[in-house]
Write a new protein. Structure first.
Length: 95
């Protein structure tokens, strides 16, 4: 369990093979967290990446999605009813 000072786990997504997970959440009105987790052959999960952002000017991490192969992540947030943003992250080590 992570104590990141916000709503970690508010949004999550898993790859098609079930071996990569993206777990995100907003921490306050201007930043959020998102972590990539991977499962090894023994079934143990380990943190594989940190896609957190500070100064994102919104509730970064309130929504997220992971591609079928687990190599592309989309993380979104909003500042109010009319403004928001989305960030796309790609694992270039496997492309």
């Amino acid at each position: 369990m992570y104590d990141v000072g916000g709503i970690y786990g508010n949004s999550c997504s898993i790859s098609a093979d079930g071996r990569t997970a993206l777990i995100a959440g907003d921490t306050n009105g201007s930043s959020g967290v998102a972590f990539i987790w991977t499962k090894n052959d023994n079934g143990t999960w380990a943190q594989a990446g940190d896609l957190s952002k500070s100064n994102a000017n919104g509730n970064y991490g309130v929504s997220c999605s992971l591609s079928a192969y687990g190599t592309t992540a989309l993380i979104a947030g909003y500042t109010n009813l009319t403004l928001g943003g989305a960030w796309i992250w790609e694992d270039v080590s496997v492309v």
